[in-house]
Write a protein that binds this ligand. Structure first.
Ligand SMILES: C[S@@+](CC[C@H](N)C(=O)[O-])C[C@H]1O[C@@H](n2cnc3c(N)ncnc32)[C@H](O)[C@@H]1O
Ligand SMILES: Nc1nc2[nH]cc(C(=O)O)c2c(=O)[nH]1
Ligand code: SF4
Ligand SMILES: [Mg+2]
Length: 272
């Protein structure tokens, strides 16, 4: 293990440790790539897991893809199905080079950058640019709360609704931060403008959220056929309990119903 690598690992761990228990992650402006800056160290990203799987959600469902999951998030959805990359972020720093090699060695040429929140990860702009320059199709799964200046093939934007906020009594600090950060419409519109294509994927836990969804769709100014309604759930039973009412509600608005095929194929398991 080289000293610089160990130094940066230590620094990363210290930085993560120096923040109070619920680890916050630097906002994108502190972690975005600084291309051309001679002092810039080779960028590393805190990676929770990488794996090859079929895309389970949205318009590319079934597409064999390399998933790169960054660790750390600036929101705290109570329902997050990936707490090991958000609520209690785990992972190790990986260089852009190592991630590029991983993708080059795989059979897939679709890459899904996800998290945690990938857009606050240091080096995400450099990684996305380099993956695309190498001929890969890059989907970014994001809550769309920050824009580090990224350009991707498919923006899979999942705006977090009021009901995603964690319990105020249990998590007073995160309930406040989450509410303040979750829905920057102008940032989301900027991300949509910069992307080659967009799908807007809402996690729906109850029918009462449809009014807010319609409002956000209007504010974003996206066509109904770009909107996907996805049940909140991490088991086949939970998904099947929601589908009977959610699918017709989606169709009546010209939206699409979004299944979570990875749950059906593999269960809610890491690395799938
Ligand atoms: C773990 S998130 C990571 C990317 C980004 N932070 C975001 O929220 O879009 C990946 C996807 O899973 C969705 N998701 C997370 N937990 C879920 C749950 N319990 N039920 C349904 N979808 C969920 C998110 O909305 C997002 O579309
Ligand atoms: N197979 C599979 N498809 C996915 N689509 C979005 C995912 C995510 O966690 O962002 C995901 C995931 O974790 N696994
Ligand atoms: S924004 Fe995404 S990663 Fe972060 S807590 Fe919500 S679902 Fe999890
Ligand atoms: Mg997932």
């Amino acid at each position: 293990m080289s000293l610089t690598w160990f130094g940066s690992l230590l620094e990363t761990r210290c930085r993560l440790k120096s923040v109070d228990q619920s680890v916050d992650v630097l906002p994108a402006e502190d972690s975005a790539e600084t291309p051309g800056d001679p002092r810039a160290r080779p960028s590393t990203l805190l990676i929770s897991e990488t794996f090859v799987s079929r895309q389970g959600e949205g318009q590319l469902t079934g597409t064999n893809s390399v998933f790169i999951r960054t660790s750390g998030c600036n929101l705290r959805c109570w329902f997050c199905d990936t707490p090991y990359a958000s609520w209690k972020p785990e992972g190790a720093p990986q260089t852009i080079e190592s991630l590029l090699n991983l993708v080059a060695d795989s059979e897939a040429n679709h890459v899904v950058l996800t998290g945690g929140e990938p857009l606050i990860a240091k080096g995400i702009v450099g990684l996305t640019d380099r993956l695309r320059a190498a001929g890969n199709h890059v989907t970014i799964e994001t809550a769309g709360t920050v824009d580090p200046g990224v350009r991707c093939d498919l923006l899979s934007l999942s705006p977090k609704l009021r009901a995603s906020t964690p319990d105020e009594k249990e998590h007073p600090r995160w309930a406040k931060l989450h509410s303040e950060r979750r829905l920057p419409i102008d940032t989301m519109k900027q991300l949509i403008r910069s992307a080659d294509a967009t799908q807007v994927k809402f996690v729906v836990d109850s029918a009462e959220e449809l009014a807010e969804i319609d409002e956000v769709v209007g504010q974003l100014g996206v066509d109904a056929d770009l909107v996907w309604l996805m049940p909140q759930g991490i088991s086949v039973e939970q998904l099947d309990a929601v589908r009977p009412w959610l699918e017709p509600m989606a169709e009546s608005r010209g939206y699409r119903y979004c299944d979570r095929m990875q749950i059906r194929w593999y269960g809610n398991r890491r690395g799938t």
